[in-house]
Design a protein around this ligand. Structure first.
Ligand SMILES: Cc1cc2nc3c(=O)[nH]c(=O)nc-3n(C[C@H](O)[C@H](O)[C@H](O)COP(=O)(O)O)c2cc1C
Length: 325
């Protein structure tokens, strides 16, 4: 276990999920780094209001970083120099070469860049010369099973001075399905000198131990595993410190939902908060008994008071039906 102690545990960029409130919570539970969701360099250049909100990093965040995506090296350079370099609280920039979404892929952005190693060469050179901040590139194993080129992409990153890489062990064709290939992550780790962060299918402490033992990567990036379960950061950190961890109770989960709700209200208006929180509530309650009805009901509620009341009722229900059994 001692060899796991210095591994970094990162919060993944997650579109529609890793907003200010959720990043603050993940920091509280021990995330060594957090990232905004991916932000378009085009939108950054055109000073789009929504993009400025996505980029906003609050004073409470000490380990938050920005992820960008794009294709045109000139625009990438401009966006970094004009919009990100002035932000002193941002230490790192992540560049996205992994997004599989059709509308991104069609534009030749995200994972589509892996089809074009020459352009990856140009972009990674541009990233490094545009900033003094640390840069990572996040990519997949390839476009599909027959054209896996993660070793080539990793080497280009290393040769051009990228500080570290993050690899999601799936192809673009897999989206988020099938199992992430941890053997491929291991191969990348063996082939590079720069740090490699492993990503894909870490949902539990046991997964964390196994991915680290299999890949020998320098850290892990948690994604779907922390949706509704930011406690996973704490479980892993506790395990590393003491060799054990204790799962939170349903009471703590319900308190955490309320805390996140209040925190989100500090950054978003009432309507946006309700919309944003509905999905988080669904994720948080997923593991609890008889939560299906509550999850469905939350989606019909429109205010904090209604949602908190429902959560309290559910808490009482669990107390009577489960605690006192
Ligand atoms: C809802 C959702 C949004 C995501 N948004 C981003 C993103 O903005 N940038 C990015 O690099 N990856 C994004 N990803 C991919 C994750 O960061 C991660 O690479 C992927 O989910 C694999 O890890 P997992 O198997 O642990 O979930 C997203 C994934 C999901 C499920």
């Amino acid at each position: 276990m001692s060899e796991l102690k210095n591994k970094e545990i990162l919060l993944a960029p997650l579109a529609g999920v890793t907003d200010n409130a959720f990043r603050i919570i993940c920091e509280k539970y021990g995330a060594d780094k957090t990232f905004t969701e991916m932000i378009s360099v085009n939108a950054l250049i055109y000073d789009n209001r929504q993009t400025n909100e996505l980029m906003y990093i609050s004073e409470k965040e000490k380990r938050a970083n920005i992820q960008i995506f794009g294709r045109d090296p000139e625009k990438i350079e401009r966006a970094i120099k004009e919009k990100i370099n002035p932000l002193e609280n941002v230490k790192e920039i992540s560049f996205n070469m992994g997004c599989p979404a059709p509308k991104i892929f069609k534009n030749g952005e995200g994972s589509a860049l892996m089809k074009d190693p020459n352009l990856v060469n140009e972009i990674t050179k541009t990233l490094v010369k545009s900033t003094d901040k640390r840069i990572n590139v996040k990519f997949r194993t390839g476009i599909d099973e027959l054209s896996k080129n993660f070793l080539e992409i990793g080497k280009i990153c290393e040769d051009n001075g990228i500080d570290y890489v993050i690899i999601h062990g799936r192809t673009r064709e897999q989206y988020y399905q099938g199992k992430a290939n941890w053997q491929d992550i291991k191969k990348l780790k063996e082939s590079l000198k720069i740090p490699v962060i492993a990503n894909g299918d870490v949902f539990t402490v046991e997964d964390f131990i196994e991915i680290m033992e299999t890949t020998k990567a320098d850290g892990v990036m948690l994604a779907r595993g922390i949706m509704g379960n930011p406690f996973l950061f704490k479980y892993i950190k506790d395990y590393l410190a003491n060799g054990t961890y204790k799962k939170v109770s349903y009471k703590e989960i319900i308190e955490q939902i309320k805390d996140q709700y209040e925190l989100t209200l500090k950054f978003k208006d009432e309507l946006l908060t309700v919309n944003q929180m509905r999905k988080h509530v669904g994720w948080y309650l997923k593991s609890l008994p008889n939560a299906t009805k509550i999850r469905a009901k939350v989606n019909t509620l429109k205010s904090k008071e209604e949602i908190f009341k429902l959560l309290d009722e559910y808490k009482n229900y669990l107390e009577v039906n489960y605690d006192r059994k």
